[in-house]
Design a binder for this molecule. Structure first.
Ligand code: 5RP
Length: 214
């Protein structure tokens, strides 16, 4: 089975968490694109969605799904999003698609976070996938030095500007054995907007292909 088939299976399986009349929090990425398609098929049963990126908003709008401002409708009952890595405690690395800040906000404002992945995303220890960090542009070098001091190798994602007008640093070479502590520590560096570790608030449910890990 291809990764894309497994992503579609996970997306379609996650539809079972969508209830009548809900406003659904929607993440970003290729797995979520399948979820949005599946949501389009039941759009008359939901009130609408809160989106985590311009990319997802465009797809949702194209399918005629109403978009809401999180400030007007939060907290949400459900958030569905993909991940770049997922460990055995449902802690995640996210941000491969540079949408981590809005994703973290919608996840934080949602009661249940259902993470949809294919099996290639499952790891014992987070860190094989370079950890994305969104930074204020003028802080790029400062944050990079702080990462080097902590043994990481920062690589600027040159040419990428986030939906919030910021930049992304991808950190290579970290074996993240305590993601909750690292997330808290990196959050303290001046100029860091969002760390792509979703550990303090990880997923509540992981759907991997057709398997549900509750
Ligand atoms: C975007 C993300 C995505 O959820 C993550 O990159 C996974 O993407 P995909 O479903 O395309 O593999 O965090 O910022």
């Amino acid at each position: 089975m291809t990764h894309d088939t497994a992503k579609r299976q996970a997306a379609e399986t996650a539809i079972r968490y969508v209830e009548e009349g809900m406003i659904v929090g929607v993440g970003t990425g290729s797995t979520v694109a399948h979820f949005i398609d599946a949501l389009g098929a039941i759009k008359h049963r939901i009130a609408g969605a809160v989106s985590s990126s311009d990319q997802s908003s465009e797809q949702l709008r194209g399918l005629g799904i109403e978009l809401f401002d999180l400030n007007a409708v939060g907290p949400l009952p459900l958030y569905v999003d993909g991940a770049d890595e997922c460990d055995g405690h449902k802690r995640l690395i996210k941000g491969g698609g540079a949408a981590l800040t809005r994703e973290k906000i919608v996840a934080a404002a949602s009661k249940r976070f259902v993470c949809i992945i294919d099996a290639s995303k499952r790891v014992d220890v987070l860190g094989r996938f370079p950890l994305p960090i969104e930074v204020i542009p003028m802080a790029r070098s400062h944050v990079a030095r702080e990462i080097v001091r902590r043994g990481g190798q920062p690589v600027w994602r040159d040419g990428v500007t986030t939906d919030n007008g910021n930049w992304i640093i991808d950190v290579h070479g970290w074996k993240i054995t305590d993601p909750v502590a690292l997330e808290a520590e990196l959050n303290q560096i001046a100029g860091v907007v969002t760390v792509g570790l979703f550990a303090a608030r990880g997923a509540d449910v992981v759907v991997c292909g057709q398997d549900v890990i509750d």
